[in-house]
Design a protein around this ligand. Structure first.
Ligand code: SAH
Ligand code: SF4
Length: 362
């Protein structure tokens, strides 16, 4: 049975829902090794043996949302809230530019007030001007109106990352308060595309209540939405959040969460071929070499942290986030070494837009 599956995978035949289910159920080290190698071969063909960087600036931990899993949710007490000024965001971005990162992501809690919207708009415009258009800018600021998405696009952002969190509306409902809407999030993804952004989405993997069929549904959702980028990662417990009590012995789950995360990357690469897929920090939180394993399972993007050390510990979406005490310079050095350790190189100075987007635009 597995032979048939691998024959299909390795000859790159279209994968069906039952195939994806079988992929996610593979367990033996030999099967997993074969799966990751097949996904890596596709990655190598569509994107080369190089890793694209997105330096991530965590611009604010102030959030109007109250997602049950997230450490910076509105109801979280005892975390100092911060908001970077436009100048602080621009300075971090220019550091990335000088250090040849090619692209940045500005991410943060969701805010819908005009002061915030204008701050981001001004920062994006200034980064574009100061870097002479050189630096690619991705935003990840949650759900906004079409007008806001357009303003930020016109200011110079060209990619947007908005995870659907789960493609299953029932599961989404269990993870969020009743005023958080799956349909609204879906609408935002459509709007982002129509404004002209390269659009990324993703899910959390290994969530309480989530089944393998939910994950198969997520992969098919990515395909149906025809997105350009995938940013997904294992669910990690953030203590003191409502969802934490659903996974009381998280430490015992770590290996499982990592393996499932890697299988999802491989399945996404095999199914979607030419999209950009990030090896997210959540993988590294589970294993010091988690991101390298993500690259070897088919991912081609890494997001090194550019946030000033004084703010890092206040931006913990989940517990045990790695690299809290490392500055941007240390992150850059560590990252290059890690990429080289698996025989790949960093694509310095490149935007690394997904080939999928180029194909979609024609
Ligand atoms: N506020 C924006 C962007 C910041 S949150 C938004 O929600 O879109 C970025 C991502 O972090 C979320 O999409 C979610 O998938 C992820 N995240 C939050 N809490 C997490 C947790 N406990 N474990 C793993 N990922 C988490
Ligand atoms: Fe806010 Fe994003 Fe966290 Fe939800 S996941 S609480 S929107 S920062």
């Amino acid at each position: 049975m597995t032979d048939e599956l691998f024959e299909k995978i390795e000859s790159e035949k279209p994968l069906t829902a039952p195939d994806l289910r079988k992929i996610l159920e593979l367990e033996s080290p030999a099967d997993l090794d074969r799966l990751f190698k097949a996904a890596y071969a596709v990655k190598e063909r569509v994107s080369g043996r190089k890793v694209f960087l997105r330096g991530i600036i965590e611009a604010s931990n102030i959030c109007v949302k109250d997602c049950y899993y997230c450490g910076i949710r509105k109801s979280s007490r005892n975390i100092p809230r911060f908001q970077l000024s436009a100048t602080e965001i621009v300075d971090a971005a220019m550091w990335a530019n000088t250090h040849r990162y090619g692209s940045i992501v500005i991410q943060g809690g969701e805010r819908n007030d005009e002061t915030f919207i204008k701050l981001i708009e001004d920062a994006v415009r200034e980064i574009k001007e100061k870097s002479a258009g050189h630096l690619g800018i991705t935003l990840s600021m949650g759900e906004q109106t079409p007008e806001v998405y357009r303003r930020w696009f016109d200011a110079g952002a060209h990619r947007y990352l908005l995870r659907i969190e789960s493609s299953n509306p029932e599961l989404y409902r269990k993870l969020h308060p009743s005023d958080h809407s799956h349909a609204a999030r879906l609408k935002c993804l459509e709007t982002l595309k129509s404004v002209g952004y390269q659009v990324g989405t993703g899910v959390m993997i290994g969530l309480p209540f989530q089944t393998i069929d939910d994950l198969v549904g997520d992969l098919l959702f990515f395909q149906k939405m025809d997105v350009d980028m995938i940013g997904m990662g294992p669910y990690l417990v953030s203590r003191d959040t409502p969802l934490a009590k659903e996974m009381p012995d998280f430490d015992a789950m770590k290996k499982h969460q990592l393996k499932l995360g890697l299988k999802m990357i491989a399945a996404a690469r095999l199914l979607l071929k030419n999209v950009n897929i990030a090896a997210t920090t959540a993988l590294q939180a589970l294993d010091p070499r988690g991101r390298e394993q993500g690259l070897l399972a088919g991912a081609n993007v890494i997001m090194p942290n550019l946030t000033a050390v004084q703010y890092r510990s206040s931006y913990q979406l989940y517990d045990n986030k790695p690299c809290l005490d490392e500055n941007s310079e240390q992150c850059r050095f560590c990252l290059e070494r890690r990429v080289q350790s698996i025989g790949e190189s960093v694509a310095w100075d490149e935007w690394g837009d997904s080939l999928h987007f180029a194909a979609r635009k024609i």
